[in-house]
Every structure is written in structure tokens, then in C-alpha cells.
Design a protein around this ligand. Structure first.
Ligand code: HEC
Length: 140
């Protein structure tokens, strides 16, 4: 619970002032198919046992795919979601995965949520990820 509050505060404090500057969103093809496939493999080893097959939700862990998840993170950035996973997941061994592994899993989560793949891989640096907005509906 504490983590969730901290993350929300972080989104509010650091996210908002950046909005004017963020140029990209998850609708711009910010990961590749191949990266999402790598992420799927890692996710099977590290995430599904709690978050369920295809990350649709487990007994205690929330879904990482579907309208609820997307609504939950709407208005945040890839940086926020990346940090959330990097710092707190898997809950029984937080911080165990490398930045690259976390970026790959994030690519897989984006593909599960039907965001389009593109030609460039999702970066593993927070500064770059912060520039990519997570928006639920496709901008006009
Ligand atoms: C041992 C069980 C466990 C494992 C393994 C695990 N999680 Fe979680 N995860 C949870 C629980 C429980 C929550 C909700 C409570 C919390 O936030 O700590 C959660 C919450 C989350 C959230 C926040 C969801 C939201 O919308 O608020 C994300 C994102 C997430 N997990 C990603 C991952 C990823 C990616 C992996 C694999 C690297 C992973 N988790 C592995 C148990 C787990």
C-alpha cells in the first residue's frame, strides 16, 4: 500500500510538469514484436505465477492487461510503470531483474494491451521512458 501511495505521489509530482514536453505516447510504436516475445518468455518465469496466465490477474495480484489496468495507468509515463516494476516486482524478490529484462517485460505488457509495435525497441533508461506517455485512448 505504501508503495502505491508513493508511486501515485511520484506521478503527480514529477509527471504533471513533464506533460507539456512529452512528445511520444504508447500509440507511436515504442517497442518491437521481437522485444515483446523476449518479454513474454521472461514474464512466464517471473510474473505469471502471481499475475496469472497472460497476466490477466491472479488470486492476489492484479491483472496487467485489460481495461482496468490501462485506466489505472492512464496519464502516467512508461518511466512510472518501469520504475514501479523495477522497484517492487517480483514482490518476493524486488529489484532482481535487470533494466533490460524489465524493458522487455514492459514491451510484452504493451503488446498484451494492444498497443502497436514499431521499429525501435523500448529503451531501458528512465530518462527516455519518462518521455513516453501512457494514454488509454488513441490521440486523434
Ligand atoms: C510473488 C507474487 C508476484 C510476482 C512474482 C509478481 N508480482 Fe506484480 N504484484 C503482486 C501483487 C500482490 C501486486 C499488488 C500489490 C502490490 O502492489 O504490491 C502486484 C502489483 C503489480 C503491478 C501494479 C499493477 C497496478 O496496476 O497497480 C505491476 C505493474 C506488477 N505487479 C508487475 C509485475 C511484473 C512485471 C512481474 C514480473 C517481473 C511481477 N509483477 C511479479 C505480486 C507479484
Amino acid at each position: 500500500m505504501k508503495i502505491r501511495i508513493a508511486v501515485t505521489a511520484m506521478v503527480l509530482l514529477t509527471g504533471a510538469p513533464f506533460w507539456g514536453q512529452t512528445s511520444k505516447s504508447v500509440w507511436d510504436g515504442v517497442f518491437t514484436e521481437e522485444q515483446a516475445k523476449r518479454g513474454e518468455t521472461i514474464s512466464k518465469e517471473e510474473c505469471v505465477r502471481c499475475h496469472g496466465q497472460v497476466l490477466s490477474g491472479g488470486e492476489e495480484a492484479p491483472p496487467l492487461a485489460g481495461a482496468g489496468f490501462v485506466a489505472n495507468w492512464n496519464g502516467s509515463t512508461m518511466g512510472d510503470l518501469f520504475e514501479r516494476i523495477r522497484v517492487s516486482m517480483p514482490t518476493d524478490a524486488p529489484g532482481r531483474l535487470t533494466r533490460q529484462e524489465n524493458a522487455d517485460i514492459l514491451a510484452y505488457i504493451l503488446s498484451l494491451n494492444k498497443f502497436p509495435a514499431g521499429k525501435m525497441e523500448l529503451d531501458r533508461q528512465s530518462e527516455v521512458l519518462k518521455q513516453i506517455k501512457f494514454v488509454a485512448s488513441k490521440p486523434q
